[in-house]
Design a protein around this ligand. Sequence first.
Ligand code: SAM
Length: 461
Amino acid sequence: MVENGKTMQGILTIMEQTITIDRMGYGAEAVGRLENGKAVFVEGAAPGDVALLDIIEEKPSFARARIARLVEPSPLRVQPSCASTALCGGCPWAHLSYAAQLDAKRANVVAALSRTARFDKGRAEELVRPCLPSKRQWGYRNKLELGAALDERGAFQLGFRREGAHDVVSVDSCPLASAPIAKAPKALRGALRFAQGSQDLGIYRVGVRGSVRTRDVEIALWTKPGAFPRGHVAKTLKSALKATSIVRVMADPGKARKIKGVETLEGKGCWEERLGSARYLTSAPSFFQVNTAQAEKLVACVIEGLGGHVGEDGPEGLDGLLVADLYAGGGTFSVPLAQAGAEVLAVEAAGSSVRDLRRNADMNAVDVEVIGGDAARELPELGGLDALVVDPPRAGLADGVVESIAAAAPARAAYISCNPATWARDVARFENEGYRLASVQPVDLFPQTHHVEVASVFERL
Ligand SMILES: C[S@@+](CC[C@H](N)C(=O)[O-])C[C@H]1O[C@@H](n2cnc3c(N)ncnc32)[C@H](O)[C@@H]1O
């Protein structure tokens, strides 16, 4: 055992210890227990690994470690299909077999219910179905978000930003991305270097969306506001990735970026995708589910959860039901709900999504009443509802939303979540407000990562 030493790799080590890894954590890392009983989070480990660890951080209640030597590799390990995994951090579970990833995701949803919502373990186990697998375990993403930066020599770099880091990892391709956009990092790095020449165009992020269904490919250049040689950039990028749309989004970098404008440099100015029988046009700043085939399964969970059915001719069986779709985005659920015969009130805060949703309803020839605004503020104005759908961002539902839902008294509510922790907190709120959690379907939209989508249904008691 080494205390406060430096290993060969130069990692500052508090001490070393050999342990067996117990399970995957809720984030990217796996979890085991140190000899003193403290939980230890280990990047790149798998349940069943026996590993000598460098403990690099020790807090009062947990520790973090790196694998110094794999003494006995877990049988759940596989060789990751991407050589850049360790560099870019985009596939933190790629060293785990797909079956083990699905099991771990389901187990994490069960654990969230029993820990956070205080469900009895037996009830949680009974409610949570096996995680719906993604047919494509690689090549499933319809969107890549690339970071752009000038390196210390002033050379333009384009690649992935590791979570929480500023520098850009310049990979050439991404095997998580679907075929039309998989080679975008290299193709766009070259084209943008050429377009920029010796000037800095203020590009700090590039979004690329590609559909295998419609063949649409959109390149969105996120730039600081200011002068921009539109024609020259459009001409240079035109043939890159066979783009059908090139847009520039003007906004200052940083988390609170406020969009100051979007201009079309070339082509359609939006990106088209199909889910089931519905068509969706999405503007560059708007949200759209990144795994198209799995998003269709989410739609089916919502329609069926509210008592409808997705048949050969599309969604059906919700005739005359008054349904609110909160956090509606561009209408992923609103459009099929309306196709199924429901009267839909959709609430969405982002201006670009509100415009997309209105256009998508028209394009699919359905009626959706679209309300632009904050879901928490608008909900009490909607009155009584037969059913409701909520699909909030990772933070979950704002304080007071579940109470407002209870006041609107829908008989059923479908809650779609990308964060089991905040979802479980809200489950407890629903159960306190006279609702019973009736079904929980984890859906894997993000193979090779720890992320999981939860499609759940509540019934009013
Ligand atoms: C996870 S996305 C889901 C969108 C849509 N349901 C879908 O599946 O495509 C969450 C959406 O909530 C919107 N949003 C975020 N905060 C909101 C708020 N306070 N009120 C209404 N919508 C909000 C975002 O703009 C985004 O479109």
